[in-house]
Design a binder for this molecule. Structure first.
Ligand SMILES: NC(=O)c1ccc[n+]([C@@H]2O[C@H](COP(=O)([O-])OP(=O)(O)OC[C@H]3O[C@@H](n4cnc5c(N)ncnc54)[C@H](OP(=O)(O)O)[C@@H]3O)[C@@H](O)[C@H]2O)c1
Length: 327
């Protein structure tokens, strides 16, 4: 009888766990944290790069809803103005400054931007630096990558972000407080066929920021590395429809922004945001690399073909060798 009760309970617990995992849109630690801690953000200065659209725009809205003061950066000033007006419309009373910035403009220009950011809001200084801007071009074979594609990716995503960090960190160290939030990618955690250079750039960020945290941890500086899988943004909506009519299952940019702020305000060092199958592949690559890497090798060619045929590049079908129509 006791064995029956224990057996039934075990089955129920395992069933509940599997059901939760099947519907998850983030890693278990992240999803266990609940809501963002408003008190960690309210009145704080949050500088967001890549704020002119997509996840950056969603982050601006959600930080504003929590009472943060915002500095919005990107190259397109017109789009930043639009984001500012719409954010203030949704959250009246929001304090928002626009700081045009090209991450590829070199150290001197970035130094001027950092000084400007530190001087805003009566010189209160940047509390959260959200490194969200990045460069990504359409998926292609690694061996077909152009020199220009490699250089642009690394100049913007890696060198620009690291230089900005190096210039801002001394201001944070002086105050003994500051938090870098780094928008990395699932492609920074496991191989992403068709995105070798993008994956390399995100791996570089992961390596840099996890190491930087280990150096600055005892000096009051926090770092949260966020690794999203496919996210729905204005540039991806309608995209990803496969030749079979199925479409990529993407987490909304609003949910991605919400979970990013949950991760940061709960002090997580790393967080994953994605539906399956990408989330499952991330778990496998992290905890069972032999199986995870075998699986990714199996789907590599199919993913390249799916990208070429404008199909779903993150579906279960890739595993079963579906024949993709190429454009
Ligand atoms: N969307 C996804 O499925 C997904 C998945 C995983 C990770 N991510 C990561 O999440 C972040 C945001 O993604 P997203 O899809 O929202 O990106 P997005 O829509 O392509 O927006 C990129 C942002 O970066 C800015 N930017 C581009 N080049 C820049 C430069 N040289 N200097 C300064 N700003 C620059 C763009 O503004 P301007 O053009 O005006 O400069 C724009 O605001 C990126 O780091 C991306 O790698 C996205």
């Amino acid at each position: 009888m006791l064995a029956f009760v224990i057996g039934s309970l075990s089955v129920a617990v395992i069933g509940a766990f599997l059901a939760k995992f099947a519907t998850a849109d983030g890693d278990f630690t992240l999803l266990s944290k609940g809501r963002a801690k408003r008190e960690r953000v309210e009145g704080k200065v949050v500088w967001i790069t890549g704020a002119s659209r997509g996840i950056g725009e969603a982050l601006a809205g959600q930080f504003a809803s929590l009472g943060a003061k915002l500095i919005l950066s990107a190259r397109n000033v017109g789009e930043l103005e639009r984001v500012k007006i719409e954010t203030v419309g949704k959250h009246p009373g929001s304090c928002i400054e626009i700081l045009p910035l090209d991450l590829a403009s070199g150290e001197e220009a970035l130094k001027v931007a950092v000084q400007k950011a530190e001087s805003l809001f009566s010189g209160s200084g940047v509390d959260y630096m959200v490194h969200n801007a990045a460069f990504e071009h359409p998926k292609r074979k690694a061996v077909g990558e152009t020199e220009e594609g490699i250089q642009t990716t690394f100049n913007i995503t890696v060198l620009g972000t690291i230089t900005l960090t190096k210039l801002l960190a001394p201001f944070m160290l002086k105050k003994r407080r500051g938090h870098f939030i780094v928008m990395s990618s699932a492609a920074g955690k496991c191989p992403a066929p068709g995105q070798a250079i993008y994956s390399a750039s995100k791996n570089a960020l992961n390596g840099y920021f996890h190491t930087l945290r280990s150096e600055l941890y005892s000096e009051g500086i926090k770092i949260t590395v966020v690794c999203p899988g496919p996210i729905e943004t204005s540039s991806t909506s309608g995209a990803g429809t496969s030749s079979s009519g199925s479409s990529e299952r993407r987490v909304s940019s609003e949910r991605c922004a919400e979970l990013t702020i949950v991760a940061a305000t709960h002090g997580l060092k790393e967080a994953w945001i994605s539906y399956h199958p990408v989330l499952l592949v991330m778990y496998l690559a992290q905890y069972m690399p032999t199986v995870g890497l075998w699986l990714i090798d199996k789907i590599g060619a199919n993913r390249l073909n799916a990208a070429k045929g404008k199909g779903n590049t993150d579906s279960w079908e890739l595993l079963f060798g579906k024949k993709w129509k190429t454009a």
